[in-house]
Design a protein around this ligand. Structure first.
Ligand SMILES: [Ca+2]
Ligand SMILES: [Ca+2]
Ligand SMILES: [Ca+2]
Length: 326
């Protein structure tokens, strides 16, 4: 991450368009980490305070919240940046959806943000959170960083818990913020369209940027981090359920190819225009998600179908391919 990129001009506002963001069927949020076990196993640190007088940083979950903190005060015009990414967040499941966390900062000057579709080392991606001037804003790095917009009418208060929900579904980005314990806004305060980044990791970020004019220690606190996928893995027809209809769609069209836009019958998220073992595994691994259609005789018959298709798939796909995961 190039520190100079964090001194940002406010550059441009963007055309906002509201789109239907979620399907009709609710998908359960996935608890990523509530840190109640007192550790941050599963997270990777990117400590850009290393080698500075105000480093190294600490990534400490022993309080059962996740505290990102610099060792000392960041000097005026200097940078203190601490990032932590969730290790498996580059899986396709996490390309489209909503990342939510409770955030707090007790220290004036600290920015606390969530990032989506990000590469923390580049840096690239979408960043949603607070500014050093106690606003909420959204910006994009590719890798040059551009602040798109500041949320109107919402003032961040230090020493208080806030909730941020950052969304990226297709080219639709959203941001919803509210003080913890207050009613959740019915609609995001920010929606915009941007297609620069379609995949990457998610994570949390606390930093003091070059715009802050008082020496201060980086101090950001995160807790109760959830991700809600926009699309149900294994759902081939968009009804929110993974059931016999999805299995049949994969079975009946196995080996077919087509457009990588979800129009190929049986193709599962992430749509790749190929009906192969990935689709079968997606259905198998998520079978029963949602409210499945009634199945006359599941069990042995269904497992036989899986077995036949899996054997077929094994013959066709002997080589592991990029993107295959357990
Ligand atoms: Ca906790
Ligand atoms: Ca389905
Ligand atoms: Ca596929």
């Amino acid at each position: 991450m190039k520190p100079s990129l964090f001194t940002l001009p406010i550059c441009c506002s963007i055309v906002l368009s509201l789109a239907a963001m979620r399907g009709a069927h609710a998908i359960e949020p996935i608890l990523i980490d509530d840190f109640d076990d007192g550790d941050d196993v599963g997270w990777t640190h990117v400590d850009l305070t290393l080698g500075t007088p105000w480093g190294s940083g600490t990534f400490d979950a022993t309080s059962e919240s996740y505290v990102l903190q610099s060792a000392g005060e960041v000097g005026v015009g200097q940078l203190g940046i601490l990032v932590s990414t969730w290790n498996t967040s580059d899986e396709p499941l996490f390309n489209d959806g909503y990342l939510r966390a409770r955030v707090r900062s007790d220290t004036p000057g600290t920015n606390v943000k969530l990032m989506l579709r990000a590469d923390a080392d580049a840096p690239t991606g979408y960043f949603f959170g607070t500014t050093e001037f106690d606003e909420f804003s959204f910006f994009r790095c590719d890798p040059e960083c551009t602040r798109f917009t500041t949320l109107p009418g919402v003032q961040f208060q230090r020493g208080r818990d806030w909730q941020i929900e950052a969304g990226a579904v297709g080219d639709q980005l959203t941001m919803k913020v509210w003080a913890d314990g207050e009613p959740i806004p019915s609609a995001p305060q920010l929606t915009l369209a941007d297609s620069t980044h379609s995949s990457g990791q998610f994570g949390v970020l606390a930093y003091i940027g070059g715009n802050w004019q008082v020496p201060a220690q980086v101090n950001g606190v995160f807790d109760d981090i959830y991700f809600t996928p926009a699309f149900q893995p294994g759902d081939t027809n968009g009804d929110g359920n993974v059931d016999i209809n999805d299995l049949n769609a994969v079975r009946n069209n196995f080996g077919a190819t087509g457009a990588a836009d979800g129009s190929l019958v049986g193709d599962t998220v992430p749509w790749d225009g190929q009906l192969n073992i990935d689709d079968l595994n997606a259905v198998r691994n998520h079978f029963g998600a949602g409210t499945p259609a009634a199945v006359p005789e599941p069990g042995a018959g269904m497992m036989a179908v899986f077995g036949v298709a899996a054997a077929f798939a094994t013959r066709r796909w002997r080589q592991p391919r990029r993107g295959d995961r357990e």
